[in-house]
Design a protein around this ligand. Structure first.
Ligand code: T46
Length: 132
C-alpha cells in the first residue's frame, strides 16, 4: 500500500515546539493546496473515496482521528495524534476518517488543485478501477 508515516523536524525548547515540513523533502511533492478540517461532530465520518492522481499528507495538528485505508489488497488503520508526524497517502487508496476527538484539527497538504474529476466516491467503482 502506498502510504507511509513521515517524521517532521521539530525544534523544541522552553518556548515550545516548532515543527518544519519542507516541500520535496519531508513532503514528497510540490504542495498546490492546503485545507483543514475541524469541528467534526461526534460519530461523523469523512472521506469514503479514493483519488485517481492526487497525493496527500495528513497531519493531525491537534486532537486525534483514525484513518482507515484500503488499496484493494490490504487494509490499515492509522491513528493521527502527533503533530510531529504526517501520513502520506498515494493515489488509488480508499480512505475513511473517523473517531475525531472534539478538539481534532486535520491539516492536509495536497499535490494538486481541487478537482472533483479526480475523486472516485463510489466504492464499487473504486474496486472496479483496480482491476483495469
Ligand atoms: C480527503 C479528506 C481528508 C472544495 O471545494 N475544495 C477542496 O479543496 C476540498 C478538499 C473540498 N471542497 C468541497 C467539495 C465538497 O463540496 O468541500 C466539500 C466537502 O468535501 P468532501 O466531501 O470531499 O470532504 P471530505 O472530508 O469527505 O474529504 C476531504 C477531501 O475531499 C479528501 O481529499 O482526503 O478531506
Amino acid at each position: 500500500m502506498d502510504i507511509r508515516m513521515i517524521h517532521f523536524q521539530s525544534h523544541d525548547d522552553d518556548r515550545g515546539c516548532l515543527v518544519v515540513a519542507e516541500t520535496m523533502k519531508e513532503i514528497p511533492f510540490d504542495i498546490k493546496r492546503l485545507y483543514y478540517i475541524y469541528d467534526v461532530g461526534k460519530d461523523k465520518e469523512r472521506g469514503f473515496h479514493s483519488h485517481k492522481r492526487l497525493e496527500q499528507v495528513y497531519i493531525g495538528i491537534h486532537g486525534s482521528m483514525k484513518v482507515t485505508l484500503f488499496d484493494g489488497k490490504e487494509r490499515k488503520e492509522v491513528i493521527l495524534d502527533n503533530p510531529k508526524q504526517g501520513l502520506y497517502i498515494g493515489h488509488d487508496v480508499w480512505r475513511t476518517i473517523t473517531d475525531f476527538s472534539p478538539d481534532a484539527v486535520l491539516l492536509v497538504a495536497a499535490s494538486e488543485h481541487y478537482s472533483e474529476d479526480d475523486y472516485i466516491r463510489n466504492y464499487d467503482e473504486f474496486v472496479a478501477s483496480l482491476n483495469k
